[in-house]
Design a protein around this ligand. Structure first.
Ligand code: NAD
Length: 313
């Protein structure tokens, strides 16, 4: 039987590109996009779309039955910077939507779930460099606490009820097709837009804040790869560390200056600095490499070239 896929939160930074990638792989009408709001014209026109609130179990159940969905990608969430402003809303959305999807798995209404975790599961007491898969976590942000709890519940639902849920800890994601949605690594997208439109950028993080990052093409490839891996290959049922590159704002500015020599960067750190300071600088993803053959393709130079090429007016 051919599968039907539901993407929840399909209009966001990752959901939009994931929808396009899955549609080109499985066919437009096999991939149902859904979100609480409408997305870009090109997304809306590329296949079926449903307005759907991820916290509404009955509405989810209805859409899943109607389209005979077997796989769900849950991309709806409140991200790190916004979650610090609305802690209870973030907790209710991030946990409520996950429980809904896990319970649909438990009730055997869907066969397979993708739910993204984040490097935000780590905290100030975590080893900062080459952070291992298993280590001290103790996240200090609302978002990180919700992601770490989510990981525990995913593993629990797999062990207790056999729910096939798969997850990766995305680093900060850099994309040119869609804008980021309120995270602490958003600067690494904004900087390319401003370099081209204004020739200058004021960064909300300090120049030497080193964070793990990834180009969107790699993130989408990893997402589809882990979902297609054999069940026995997935040995981590909380979430896999995933890594591509690490850089600081000054390093990304220099890589832009190789193409736009007059580009200038200024620094005005705000509340997001404390969030960034609590996260790792680099990630050890050897479990993902060994278990399902993960390998990143984009480094900073390749990312900068792609971003500038595609964002050029
Ligand atoms: P985003 O904010 O760009 O998109 C989230 C989407 O969810 C939005 O389109 C929003 O309208 C939708 N949404 C919000 N509330 C909803 C609800 N109640 N029902 C249905 N849809 C709702 O986020 P993103 O960057 O695409 O992130 C997707 C997932 O990946 C999230 O779980 C996020 O935590 C995780 N993640 C993202 C990054 C990153 O750098 N972008 C890094 C690590 C983890």
């Amino acid at each position: 039987m051919e599968k039907y896929i539901l993407i929840i939160g399909a209009c966001g930074q990752i959901g939009t590109e994931l929808t396009w990638a899955l549609r080109s792989k499985y066919g437009n009408d096999r991939v149902i996009a859904s979100d609480i709001r409408e997305g870009s014209e090109s997304l809306m026109e590329s296949g079926p779309f449903e307005i759907l609130d991820a916290t509404d179990y009955n509405a989810l159940e209805e859409v899943i039955a109607y389209y005979e969905i077997s796989e769900v990608y849950l991309m709806a969430a409140m991200l790190s910077a916004t979650a610090e402003k609305f802690p209870m809303r973030a907790w209710n959305l991030n946990m409520g939507s996950l429980f809904n999807v896990l319970n649909l798995g438990k009730e055997k209404k869907i066969d397979k779930i993708f739910w993204p975790s984040s490097i935000a599961v780590f905290g100030p007491n975590t080893p900062k460099e080459t952070t291992p898969q298993n280590t001290i976590m103790e996240p200090s942000t609302v978002y990180g606490i919700s992601k770490q709890s989510g990981e525990r519940w995913c593993e629990y639902y797999f062990n207790k009820f056999g729910v096939d849920v798969r997850s990766i800890r995305y680093p900060g994601l850099i994309s040119w097709k869609t804008m980021p949605g309120g995270g602490t690594t958003d600067y690494a997208v904004d900087i390319y837009h401003k370099a081209l439109s204004e020739g200058t950028y004021t960064c909300f993080l300090k120049e030497d804040t080193k964070l793990p990052m990834m180009f969107m093409d790699d993130a989408i490839r990893a997402t589809i790869q882990i979902m297609e891996a054999d069940t026995e290959a997935i040995k981590v049922r909380s979430a896999y560390n995933l890594s591509a590159m690490s850089f600081t704002p000054i390093q990304v500015a220099k890589s832009i200056q190789n193409h736009i020599p007059d580009f200038k960067i200024l620094y005005e750190p705000d509340f997001r600095q404390a969030i960034a300071d609590s996260w790792p600088s680099s990630i050890d993803d050897s479990d993902a490499q060994n278990d399902w053959n993960w390998k990143a393709e984009f480094d900073l130079e390749k990312t900068t070239k792609k971003m500038l090429k595609h964002l050029k007016p």
